[in-house]
Design a protein around this ligand. Structure first.
Ligand code: SF4
Length: 285
């Protein structure tokens, strides 16, 4: 967990679990998940990590600690101006997928929902991202059956990388209540993806290319297209980074920043970092 993070779209991170069951970017064919790579180095030797990435491990108390962080409502963030004035924005589970199969719903309630819905956690916004929205939807239904409402300040997000993985979105739409903010992280995007049928149902889209030595190319046209589609649908859009290998019209582009995450280097048409706000007003550049 970190009170301050370099991740562009949030202020802080917290991991009520560490480790993961894996996904299309971490398995026998590909090992490019950042959390998995860090666990390969530090798992079992450094405090706070799971023994191995595959051994999903609970860390109770971390959510309560993050809940106690100061309220940032009304404050400016010189390095992230798109967050200016907003409550502290906390990314839940950047080093894990806390919807991995072995994590019991009772734990997810006690650790995540209870800390978000009550006490100091109510001052913040919590952005919970998973590649298992089917299990998140089951958890949401489990809460409903117990008379527990999904907290409005707990945003539900899923992450996709390819056209095939857009099937996750239908399960994301089953999470929470009609008031729940639902977001999509298209990162790392590794092929052209058609999101037109889903955009009207989403509140926010984050897009990004792949980083690292194994990075696959990100086509600038994907960002231009998605920026335009989101604008047309009134969906907030946030371009996080272009990634390590960026092409435009078949030619490789070069950037000072290794991940092409410095938006001052981008063409103006894609320099967009918006955050959704409850009244639907648009923010950012
Ligand atoms: S689901 Fe998330 S944390 Fe798990 S391997 Fe995939 S990218 Fe990494």
């Amino acid at each position: 967990m970190a009170v301050k993070t370099k991740i562009q779209w949030c202020d802080s991170t917290v991991n009520p679990t560490m480790g993961c069951d894996g996904c299309e970017i971490w398995g026998s064919l590909r090992r490019s998940c950042y959390a998995g790579t860090l666990h390969t180095r530090f798992g079992g030797v450094t405090q706070g990590y799971a023994p191995t990435f595959e051994e999903v491990t609970k860390f109770p108390g971390r959510m309560a600690q993050a809940a106690s962080y100061s309220d940032l409502t009304g404050q400016s963030r010189p390095d992230k101006p798109w967050l200016d004035g907003l409550p502290r924005t906390v990314f839940v589970s950047d080093m894990s997928d806390s919807l991995s199969l072995s994590v019991a719903f009772e734990y997810l309630h006690d650790e995540i929902v209870a800390n978000v819905a009550d006490g100091p956690g109510r001052r913040h916004r919590w952005l919970w991202l998973t590649k298992r929205p089917d299990r998140m939807a089951q958890f949401s239904s489990w809460l409903r059956h117990r008379g527990i409402e999904w907290p409005d300040n707990l945003w539900a997000g899923t992450s996709i990388t390819t056209q095939a993985t857009t099937s996750r979105i239908k399960n994301l739409l089953k999470v929470g209540t009609p008031r729940t903010t639902r977001f999509l992280s298209v990162e790392p995007q590794v092929e052209s993806i058609d999101l037109r049928r889903w955009l009207p149902k989403l509140d926010w889209v984050i897009q990004g290319g792949e980083s690292g030595r194994q990075a696959r190319p990100f086509d600038m046209a994907w960002a231009v297209d998605l920026t335009g589609l989101c604008r047309a649908e009134g969906v907030s859009y946030f371009l996080k980074q272009l990634g390590s290998v960026v092409v435009r019209d078949g030619r490789r582009m070069s950037f000072e920043d290794g991940h092409a995450g410095d938006w001052s280097e981008w063409p103006e048409e894609v320099r967009v970092r918006e955050m959704p706000v409850p009244d639907g007003a648009r923010r950012g550049g």
